[in-house]
Ligand binder design. Structure first.
Ligand code: SLL
Length: 215
């Protein structure tokens, strides 16, 4: 396996947790916070089972609501999190950038910031003094990963090994080669369409030039 090449016909998936916790500000904290702020909250991207995700995630950019100063927060080291206070719930855009060795494009996720007790755990959350948590489990799939990513995940299994590389079927539908073949076919089809249009244009031109002038 040569370095800097993709491991063909292989997929690796890695789970991450994207979420937030929040709790009402205490009277003491409210004194120091802006007058309309009611909660303190934390938005985060974390590994599962305490995995050090900075081995493959370079930075995480959290795009907060425009009511926040410097609403784009770029976090370039662990923990990938933003702690803030506020009064309202909103969607946070989360962009994950991978370390250059993976050669992977960034990925975007959304998380709805939860501040108040509701949903199936409402009673529990109320009993906990309004401490709420909203966490989503995501699985990032690396299709035909570069050798760096392949080795990294193979050498650092998490949990019961779920997320390790899986050898896929020989006719794996998403291989880079098949993708390139499809792109080539599309290019050829486009070329043919262009040629046909040119031929028709030429024919039209000839017909028009033969037409007797309107009297
Ligand atoms: C709502 N659509 O109405 C949402 C907007 C805005 C949240 C929520 C305070 C920011 C700041 C804050 O909590 N903004 O003042 O720094 O619920």
């Amino acid at each position: 396996m040569a370095p800097g090449t993709r491991v063909s016909k292989c997929q690796i998936s890695r789970p991450i947790l994207i979420g937030n916790d929040a709790k009402p500000l205490t009277p003491e904290e409210r004194v120091h916070a802006p007058p309309d702020h009611t909660h303190t909250w934390r938005i985060f991207v974390e590994g599962v089972d305490g995995e050090d995700i900075s081995k493959w995630i370079k930075k995480v950019v959290f795009k907060l609501h425009d009511t926040y100063n410097n609403s784009t927060r770029s976090i370039e080291s662990l923990p990938f999190e933003v702690i803030e206070t506020g009064w309202g719930e909103f969607d946070i855009m989360i962009r994950i950038f991978f370390v250059p060795e993976t050669h992977e494009k960034s990925l975007t996720f959304y998380h709805r910031l939860k501040l108040h007790p509701y949903g199936p755990r409402m009673e529990e959350e109320k009993a906990a003094g309004g401490l709420v948590e909203s966490v989503q489990y995501e699985e990032i799939v690396f299709n035909e990963p570069f050798e760096y990513t392949y080795k990294l995940f193979l050498e650092n299994p998490i949990g019961d090994g779920h997320g390790l590389a899986v050898e896929s079927e020989p006719d794996h539908p998403f291989s880079q080669q098949l993708e390139q073949d499809e792109a080539d076919k599309l290019d050829m089809a486009m070329e043919n369409v262009k040629k046909t249009i040119d031929t028709y244009k030429q024919q039209l031109h000839e017909l028009q030039s033969q037409k007797p002038p309107i009297s």
